[in-house]
Design a protein around this ligand. Structure first.
Ligand code: UT7
Length: 323
């Protein structure tokens, strides 16, 4: 028998305010047509003034606990993947832990920008397989709207806010790729590329800063690296592209998502797409897509799901799991 980290529940939260592309046309030299055709984005949700990453993460966590039929005290660990924690410290995860009324267990953040949720899943899996935790909540939550330079049309139209959460639980499997749960992961980073996507603020500057991106460069790395990491994770699990029921990609750009699916030989009707409605929500985009995909009736128990993401660092990776 093999221990597997199996999905027990999923949930998400999106802030109320929806900003359609047309809203940018008044203040910026841009158009709905440019944003749609270059990115696939049609609208995004933006957090209300004062609404924080930990607020949204807590709402997503409650939805996932409801879906799992569990109480906060049933969890051993909370991992929040975010680059936009409310404060420099304490972690967003301890804020969520407190908001849930949980004083047992331990909570920490993972910061791998848009790849954060994939890194969080891999860490949760390691905690469960090593016996350090039985039930782990992995949350991706971001308020990237607070990092935007609203005069920079090449970045501010791309991002949105939101949160998604997954509860993983230890379960016995047979040790084959037919098991439910996380089957493999593949993680990478390369700081050589730290300056093609970064925030120009932080403790060093005593400012929050703004997101800066060389979009074309990031695009080139994404297309090259995402299919490769997904293949590597499938290979580790003893599976091939033909076994994939759903690709649940990081939702940055529809053109990147299509190019990756083509490289993987997986048709677009097996890709969960939310980029049109959510924009790029960084570490929140994969759990938002998992939760949305399940709610739409796309992802069902037993389906083979491949998640893949790349972002600032560069940091990238993939997780293969059977739902
Ligand atoms: O989540 C982290 C990972 N991030 C990503 O994966 C993002 C990856 N990059 C991208 O998605 C794309 O590179 C962008 C969507 C950011 C840009 O698309 P692109 O096709 O690479 O466009 P570009 O940067 O080459 O710009 C083409 C033109 C430029 O004008 P010129 O120099 O050709 O005159 C830009 O100034 O489009 C212009 N442009 C815009 N025009 C209207 C840039 N942003 C806008 C805009 N509206 N919002």
């Amino acid at each position: 028998m093999t221990i597997r980290a199996v999905v027990k529940g999923v949930g998400h939260y999106l802030p109320e305010r929806i900003v359609p592309n047309a809203e940018f046309e008044a203040a910026l030299d841009t158009s709905d047509d440019w944003i749609r055709s270059r990115t696939g984005i049609e609208r995004r949700h933006i957090a209300a003034p004062g609404q924080t990453t930990s607020d949204m993460a807590t709402r997503a966590a409650r939805a996932a606990l409801d879906d799992a039929g569990l109480e906060p005290s049933d969890l051993d660990t909370i991992i929040v993947a975010t680059s936009t924690a409310d404060l420099t410290f304490p972690s967003a995860a301890t804020m969520v832990q407190h908001a849930l009324g949980m004083t047992n267990g331990f909570a920490f953040d993972v910061q791998a920008v848009c790849a954060g949720f994939v890194y969080g899943l891999a860490n949760a899996n390691a905690l469960i397989l090593s016996g350090q935790a039985r039930r782990v909540m992995v949350i991706g939550a971001e308020t990237f709207s607070r990092l935007m330079d609203w005069t920079d049309r090449s970045t501010c139209v791309l991002f949105g806010d939101g949160a998604g959460a997954l509860v993983l639980e230890a379960a016995e499997g047979a040790g084959t790729s037919a098991d439910r749960g996380i089957l493999s992961s593949d993680l990478h980073s390369d700081g050589t590329y730290r300056d093609i996507l970064y925030v120009d603020g932080g403790v060093a500057t005593r400012t929050t800063g703004h997101l800066r991106m060389h979009g074309k460069e990031v695009f080139r790395h994404a297309v090259e690296k995402l299919a490769a990491t997904a293949h590597a994770a499938l290979d580790k699990a003893g599976l091939t592209n033909d076994d994939v029921d759903w690709i649940v990609p990081h939702q940055a750009n529809l053109r990147i998502i299509k190019a990756t699916a083509t490289k993987m030989g997986v048709p677009m009707d097996r890709v969960v797409l939310t980029v049109q409605d959510h924009g790029n929500t960084s570490a929140a985009s994969i759990p938002l897509a998992l939760s949305t995909g399940k709610a739409r009736g796309q992802i069902k128990q037993g389906d083979l799901v491949v998640t893949e993401a790349i972002g600032g660092g560069l940091a990238w990776g993939s997780v293969v799991l059977r739902w």
